[in-house]
Structures are given as C-alpha cells and as structure tokens.
Ligand binder design. Structure first.
Ligand SMILES: [Zn+2]
Length: 136
C-alpha cells in the first residue's frame, strides 16, 4: 500500500504481476514464450502471434524516452496539484516499450532520447504505477 492520494489501479489476474512487482519497486514485463515479443500493457494473449504462453521477467528499468508530453489538464486532483505531469513513451534497454510517468525537478529539460531509470524505493512507493526519472 502507498500513502499517496493517487487513484490506485485495479488489480486483475492479468495485470497482477506488473502491479505487485511495482509495489516491490520492480518492473515486471510480460514476454511471449513463442515469438519472444515483450508485451505492454499486460494481456492474456500475445498481440504478435496470439499465443497464450506468456511469462513474466524482471526488467532492469533502464531505457530512453522516445516521445513525451507535458500534461496540464488532469481529471484527478492529485495529478492536477502536480501539473504539468510528464507522460512518456519509453523503450526499455532489455526489450519492450511502455507509456509511463517521468518525474523531474527540471521538467523543461526532458527530451526525446534522454536516458531514464525507474524511480527507486522508497520514493517509488508513492506512485501507483511504474514511474521513471532522468538518469543523472
Ligand atoms: Zn507471441
């Protein structure tokens, strides 16, 4: 559990390894056993080959920003209080890509191609989903 006021994700059988991994400060990514695709968001079937043989592997959590957006309009009060928030597409060094929030004390310095890493524990416990920060 976190002590933040952020909306919390609904845990399902399909996304539980991702959510529960993040609560330990780990990024768990779904992999297809048949075609080796790295899958995000969690699904019960591979979008590449339709196999149901999926497994979870821990990612290093290191990657790069592909593209990003500064979001000023929010629907939830905790995010509105922190606007603008940065949402980014991130390619992970060990495979896969995902959309995630990037935290930075200098949001104007965020750029495509910038290396990022997972926010470490205990700070990570504040965020309900995997969250990244620029590599210093
Ligand atoms: Zn597949």
């Amino acid at each position: 559990m976190t002590d933040s006021a952020y909306p919390q994700p609904t845990v399902t059988a399909t996304n539980a390894p991702l959510i529960e991994g993040w609560r330990r400060g780990e990024l768990m990514m779904q992999h297809c056993v048949r075609c080796h695709s790295v899958i995000f968001f969690p699904r019960h079937i591979c979008p590449g080959c339709w196999s149901t043989e999926l497994e979870w592997k821990r990612s290093s959590g290191h990657g790069r920003i592909v593209s990003y957006s500064h979001v000023y309009s929010q629907v939830a009060a905790p995010f509105a209080a922190e606007a603008p928030t940065i949402l980014a597409e991130i390619t992970l060094d060990d495979g896969g890509a995902m959309l995630a929030r990037v935290i930075s004390s200098e949001p104007a310095t965020i750029a495509s191609g910038m290396p990022v890493e997972l926010v470490p524990m205990p700070e990570a416990a504040r965020f309900p989903l995997p969250t990244f920060r620029p590599v210093k």
